[in-house]
Design a protein around this ligand. Structure first.
Ligand code: NAG
Ligand code: NAG
Ligand code: ZN
Length: 377
């Protein structure tokens, strides 16, 4: 009985969850890029992605134990209900405001005005400085973070610094100095109008150091609609000097760009050697005991987003943190279902025996009545 009830209630829960999630999911347009604050480095950029195994020589922090990016294994994340939705303010810019878009030889970087800020989701307030992207090539994906070993096509990083510091330069050397919002970009069926605001200018900044002014738009459109579902961990800049001062937010919802847009991103720019600027991502770094928090129950969600069999595998592999709420609910629904079914059966049974008793008298009554009327007529 209990088993049957569970079987009924689990898909129901999954369906409920799915309904909730999809309503927040409908707007997939945006982008994902990866974050970095100083792609270029203070003086000039000597480092290169080809040289990424040796960054630690010139920049000691790059050899540290709290480095980014990381692979996020969803089944090992720790569900933390106190992780509130990320709140953005001032992200919607008028077209009259002009922003600098620059090819710095490592990435395309959009400078952001001071009015943009994270006002919720973090314990402190953070002000935006810039955003930039990481990508692969026509032959392969190039996100920096990976999820369960999966690398996405590209990644957007929106870099912020703690308002308790005067500048990004001061903030980036303090443990609570930086907050970077990261989201993944994937190929979808439609052109993404927000990303188009950036991509359509890339042909004007093909060479390192070139820049162009772009009109303001709603920068929040580059990030997912759903700012509630995310992963959080303590890490670093993913380019030299690799300071370990970044509180990372990696969103669970991805952004969709058309195939043509993705191709534009990965083929438009050249680096300092005048070679194609491609595969500008750093390989994942060791966790070294760090915890990765999740704002949501990764095991419940994975049954909703039907992405292969990850979901059930994760559910089995994980024991403590994610088992509680889901199972309590499932058992509750099961018991509720059982009680309802029992009551219904009881009702049917009673009603039936009543009917068998009443049936004939009622009928005969009608016959009697009919007979009487006929008699009187
Ligand atoms: C990040 O570091 C801060 C300060 O050391 C610590 O309080 C916090 O718990 C860490 N966060 C995670 C997810 O481990
Ligand atoms: C989102 O979370 C689900 C559930 O854990 C997971 O299966 C999926 O891979 C995640 N995707 C991203 C981009 O985080
Ligand atoms: Zn970055």
């Amino acid at each position: 009985m209990n088993r049957a009830a569970l079987r009924v209630s689990l898909p129901l829960l999954a369906a409920l969850g799915r309904a909730g999630a999809s309503s927040e999911d409908d707007q997939e347009d945006g982008g994902e890029d990866s974050p970095h604050s100083q792609e270029k480095g203070p003086g000039h950029s000597h480092w290169s992605y080809e040289d990424r195994e040796h960054w630690g020589v010139d920049y000691p922090d790059c050899g540290g134990t709290m480095q980014s990016p990381i692979n996020i294994e969803t089944a090992k994340t720790i569900f933390s209900p106190e992780l509130r939705p990320i709140q953005l303010s001032g992200y919607s810019l008028p077209a009259s405001e002009k922003l600098k878009l620059r090819n710095n030889g490592h990435t395309v970087l959009l400078e952001l005005p001071k009015s943009l800020a994270i006002t919720g989701g973090y314990a402190q307030q953070y002000r935006a400085v810039q955003l930039h992207l990481h990508w692969g090539s026509p032959l392969g994906p190039g996100s920096e973070h990976t999820i369960n070993g999966h690398r996405f096509a590209a990644e957007i990083h929106v870099v912020h610094y703690n308002t308790k510091y005067e500048s990004i330069e001061e903030a980036m050397v303090h443990p609570d100095g930086l907050a970077v919002l990261g989201a993944f970009l994937e190929v979808g069926p439609k052109e993404n109008p927000y990303y188009q605001e950036i991509l359509e200018h890339l042909h004007k900044i093909q060479r390192e150091g070139e820049e162009v002014l772009v009109s303001g738009f709603n920068i929040a459109g580059l990030l997912p609609d759903n700012l509630k579902l995310y992963f959080h961990y303590n890490g670093s800049l993913t380019t030299p000097p690799c300071y370990q001062t970044v509180k990372w937010t990696v969103f669970n919802q991805t952004m969709l760009l058309s195939h043509k847009q993705m191709l534009m991103l990965v083929t438009s720019l050249r680096n300092d050697d005048s070679k194609p600027l491609q595969n500008n991502y750093r390989l994942v770094q060791g966790l070294h005991g760090r915890r990765v928090l999740a704002s949501f129950q990764t095991t419940l969600i994975s049954t909703k987003h039907s992405r292969g069999g990850d979901g059930s595998a994760a559910a089995e592999g994980h024991s403590s943190s994610s088992f509680h709420a889901g199972d309590v609910l499932a058992v509750l629904f099961g018991v509720l279902f059982a009680v309802t079914a029992l009551a219904f059966l009881l009702y049917i049974y009673k009603h039936r025996s009543q009917n068998t008793r009443l049936d004939s008298p009622t009928k005969s009554k009608v016959i009697y009545t009919a007979a009487t009327t006929e008699n009187t007529a």
